[in-house]
Design a protein around this ligand. Structure first.
Ligand SMILES: [Zn+2]
Length: 391
């Protein structure tokens, strides 16, 4: 083994130890050095070195400064990450810290979704709002099939023309920032895992997102399921009816054409032409409370979703299903309805005993989860875009 190899082995080991230490602080809140040593299975001498450099660089702080056995915690103000979410309607830009606290900085209406115009729109939003508070790395949460490795949007049903668009590279050229692209639903599940600690309950988890489209994200045995074509969990364009409903993808009778939030709203408006305010999941929920027939429409949607969801659940057998919509009370209603229908569809299978819960609103999860990609990379490398920890 050459000196260079020995050096790089040592660096690798040191990075690994630092990453484990940061993760221990993240998942446990605050810990003493002794507790970190137990938690990470590391010698106290190694910990002392790493803690010193992390204190010096400001990534962590002492809970009782100066006290010898002070607990340590991540410094919430050491770094802020810029996270951007695109939906069919809006571009939202937020600031997320190490602890997942989030401020929305900007919400812009999207008028033109063509790749060129929308890319310029994202780039100018990043440039107008980036300052020294942020590292030169940005997270983007995109509602489509994404190759996260290369930063390419492979396909997006609600964004015509978005086929094999190298969004990460295009934004880098325009902003000078490294940009990480994540599928919005995968980001939601990352946020649940990283900030809400759902993996403490189980590492076999599925998240069902019902918003502008319908799709799932999954962790099986603690591993993210991506799929050969980055499309694992994309159930929205499976045929789920025979009424000839046109889907945004151009096909007829996809699940989304019946059960996405816009499809639910369309059905409610057709049945109740006098309804004034019905644009969001929260509007649907308000109408449901006053009109049993609106509730029936949503129940039928849940039954239809279950027929597509049940085979997927039978195939992967998750312990926990998380339901995500933009409005938590509506998510709870859907979760309850799905629970009832799944018991019927999965009768006889152990999958019928699955736990069902709800997540934070989809846009919050998608913004915070995209930032998790940046935080995990920072933990693993000790680098936030050029700002390396000494050592
Ligand atoms: Zn479709």
């Amino acid at each position: 083994m050459s000196m260079t190899d020995i050096y790089s082995e040592q660096t690798k080991k040191r990075n690994e130890n630092r990453c484990n230490l940061l993760r221990a602080l993240h998942f446990n809140g605050s810990l003493t050095k002794t507790a970190i040593s137990d938690c990470c299975n590391l010698r106290k001498s190694s910990i002392t070195n790493i803690v010193s450099e992390l204190l010096e660089s400001g990534w962590i702080i002492e809970c009782s400064p100066g006290r010898v056995r002070s607990q340590l915690m991540l410094n919430p103000d050491s770094w802020f990450f810029m996270s951007v979410l695109l939906t069919r309607e809006n571009l939202t830009l937020a600031r997320v810290n190490f602890l997942g606290d989030m401020d929305i900085i900007l919400t812009d209406e999207i008028k033109d979704t063509s790749p060129k115009v929308l890319t310029e729109h994202i780039a100018s939003a990043i440039k107008a709002n980036r300052n020294n508070e942020f590292p030169e790395v940005v997270a983007v949460s995109f509602p489509g099939i994404v190759d996260a490795q290369s930063g390419t949007v492979l396909y997006a049903a609600n964004f015509p023309g978005w086929s094999n668009i190298p969004l990460g590279d295009m934004l880098y050229d325009r902003t000078g920032c490294k940009v990480k692209i994540t599928n919005d639903v995968k980001a939601q599940l990352l946020a649940e895992g990283w900030f809400s600690h759902i993996f403490k309950q189980s590492d076999n988890v599925m998240l069902l997102n019902i918003s502008g489209g319908i799709s799932c994200a999954m962790f099986i045995h603690g591993q993210e399921v991506i799929g050969a074509q980055n499309s694992a969990g994309e159930i929205g364009h499976i045929a789920a009816g025979d009424e000839g409903k046109l889907c945004s993808c151009g096909k007829l009778d996809c699940l989304e054409a019946y059960c996405s939030i816009p499809a639910m709203i369309k059905m409610i408006r057709e049945s109740f032409p006098d309804v004034e305010e019905c644009k969001t999941a929260s509007d649907i929920y308000a109408l449901m409370k006053n009109e049993r027939r609106v509730e029936n429409i949503i129940e039928r949607c849940c039954s239809r979703i279950t027929r597509v969801l049940a085979p997927l659940m039978a195939a992967i057998d998750p312990k926990l299903l998380i339901v995500a919509t933009e409005f938590c009370d509506f998510s709870s209603f859907i979760a309850q309805a799905l629970n009832n229908y799944l018991k019927i569809e999965l009768a006889g299978l152990s999958s019928r005993d699955i736990d069902i819960t709800i997540s934070q609103p989809v846009s919050d999860g998608a913004l915070r989860g995209a930032a998790v990609v940046l935080i995990e990379e920072a933990f693993a490398t000790g680098i936030i875009s050029g700002n390396t920890i000494n050592g």
